[in-house]
Design a protein around this ligand. Structure first.
Ligand code: SAH
Ligand code: MG
Length: 217
C-alpha cells in the first residue's frame, strides 16, 4: 500500500496540487483561445452555466461545439457529469483532446463529427442538459435533432442568442453583410420559435452574448 493512503495531510496536498493544475491548465486554455481567436464562452456566461449545472446536477450532458474543450472541462469539474461533446473542426478536436488528456478527465467523450451527422453515436443516451454552442445558423436543426434525447425536466442552454446585440435589432439587419444577415435572421427565427414552444419554459437572458434556458415540461 502507498504510504500516502494512510496520511490524511498527504491526501490534502495531493488534492490541492490537482486543483492548482486544473486552474493553471484552464488559464493556459483561456490564453490559447484569446491568441487564436477561439470563441470560448464568456466569463459571465460561464458563471451562469456553472450555476445551472450546480442546481441541476446532470448525469449526462451533451455539448454541441467543443472548440478546445474549455466549457466541457469546466462543466465536468462542477458536476463530474459524463459529457458528450461534438466538434467538426479537426484542429479544434485535436486541441480539445490534448487538453482533456492533460487534465486527466476520463468522462468527457469528444466526438469528431459534424453535429448534424452525429445523432446515431449518442441516440441511446438520455441527457439532463444539452448545451448548444456551435454554428448559429443551425440552432433549429440541432435543437430538433437532439432534444428528443432530453429527459423530462431536462434543460437546454443555448449560447450567443443575442449575437453581439444584433439579433434583437431587426431594423439594423440591412447594415449587415449578406452572410451575417442570413445567420442573424435564422438565429432570430430560432429564438422566436423557442419562446413560443409550449413544451418548454424558456427564458432569454442578457448574459454574456445572450443565453437561453429552456426546461422541458
Ligand atoms: N463551447 C466552447 C466554444 C465552442 S465555439 C466553449 O465555450 O469553450 C463553437 C465550435 O463549434 C467551433 O469550434 C466550431 O468548429 C464548432 N462547430 C460549429 N458548427 C458545428 C457543427 N455543425 N458540428 C460540430 N461542431 C460545430
Ligand atoms: Mg458561444
Amino acid at each position: 500500500m502507498d504510504k500516502r493512503d494512510l496520511d490524511p495531510t498527504a491526501l490534502v496536498i495531493v488534492k490541492e496540487t490537482n486543483t492548482i493544475n486544473f486552474n493553471e491548465k484552464i488559464e493556459s486554455m483561456r490564453k490559447y483561445a484569446k491568441e487564436n481567436g477561439v470563441p470560448i464562452i464568456k466569463d459571465e456566461g460561464l458563471v451562469f452555466l456553472k450555476n445551472i449545472i450546480g442546481l441541476k446536477r446532470p448525469t449526462n450532458i451533451l455539448e454541441i461545439g467543443t472548440a478546445i474543450g474549455y466549457s466541457a472541462a469546466i462543466m465536468n469539474q462542477v458536476s463530474n457529469s459524463n459529457i458528450y461533446t461534438i466538434e467538426r473542426d479537426i484542429n479544434m478536436y485535436n486541441e480539445a483532446k490534448r487538453n482533456i488528456d492533460d487534465l486527466n478527465i476520463k468522462n468527457i467523450n469528444i466526438i469528431f463529427k459534424d453535429a448534424l451527422e452525429a445523432f446515431d453515436l449518442v441516440k441511446d443516451i438520455k441527457f439532463d442538459l444539452i448545451f448548444i454552442d456551435a454554428a448559429k445558423a443551425q440552432y433549429t436543426k440541432f435543437f430538433d435533432m437532439y432534444t428528443p434525447l432530453l429527459n423530462k425536466n431536462g434543460v437546454v442552454v443555448c449560447d450567443n442568442m443575442l449575437f453581439h446585440g444584433v439579433v434583437a435589432n431587426e431594423e439594423n439587419y440591412d447594415n449587415l453583410t449578406k452572410g451575417l444577415r442570413g445567420l442573424v435572421r435564422k438565429l432570430n427565427a430560432f429564438t422566436k420559435e423557442l419562446m413560443q414552444n409550449e413544451k418548454y419554459d424558456t427564458t432569454l437572458y442578457d448574459i454574456g452574448d445572450g443565453m437561453s434556458v429552456s426546461i422541458l415540461k
